[in-house]
Design a protein around this ligand. Structure first.
Ligand code: HQG
Length: 181
């Protein structure tokens, strides 16, 4: 499949499976799943040709494994990144000693006063390595990498979750657990 088209479909799926299903008149259930047949029908009303094969390609080859099918491929959902309220039943996991958050300079004054907040999403997103965090921050400009003392947070009772596509999630990172280089 043409990578440009795969990326367009990934963007459309991110929009409708994380933020605004109403854009193509679909509904997500409480766990974020939507019906594959209905999704295909609705996508084809407003977008180019999408069929089960194209969806399978995007789910399988997506650079960040953003989406998953259920076992019999009748339903699909985003693995993380939602702004709408869904229950993903994420596994609570003991985090690595340090996790990383990529951001940009303009957010630092706020982060220094109120910590890292989830903003419009359901969780704060953290990365296991600096390289990934650099890409996340780089979406917004010159990336700045914050080191989060996640091991200490965990010891202090904060919960961490690992999404199916290996993004570390937590509710908020208080400023005293952040190392600003
Ligand atoms: C910043 C992409 C002001 C935060 C990525 C970030 C990730 C604050 C922005 C995933 C703040 C929120 C998530 C505070 C945090 N005051 N700004 N107190 N606390 N911020 O997009 O982490 O391609 O919601 O630093 O790769 O950038 O969509 O979060 O810059 O995994 O799959 O507020 O989205 O994945 O932005 O990115 P976002 P994020 P996908």
């Amino acid at each position: 499949m043409n990578e440009k088209i795969a990326k367009e479909i990934s963007k459309l799926l991110s929009l409708v499976l994380r933020h605004s299903p109403e854009t193509i008149q679909i509904k997500l259930d409480e766990n974020g799943w939507t019906d594959v047949d209905k999704l295909i029908t609705q996508c084809n009303k407003s977008h180019k040709n999408i069929n089960l094969g194209t969806l399978e390609y995007v789910v399988e080859n997506n650079d960040k494994k953003r989406f998953s099918f259920n076992n019999d491929k009748t339903k699909i959902r985003a693995n993380q990144g939602h702004s709408i309220q869904v229950e993903l039943n994420l596994k609570e996991v003991k985090p690595l000693e340090y996790l990383y958050h990529g951001t940009v300079a303009k957010f630092l004054p706020n982060i220094k006063s109120e910590g890292i907040q989830k903003m419009s999403r359901q969780h704060v997103h953290l990365s296991a390595d600096k390289e990934t965090a650099t890409k996340v921050g780089g979406r917004r400009g010159v990336p700045i990498i914050l080191t989060v003392r996640s091991g200490d947070m965990y010891e202090d009772g904060y919960e961490f979750y690992l999404s199916d596509n290996n993004v570390w999630l937590t509710d908020a990172v208080p400023v005293n657990y952040i190392e600003f280089q």
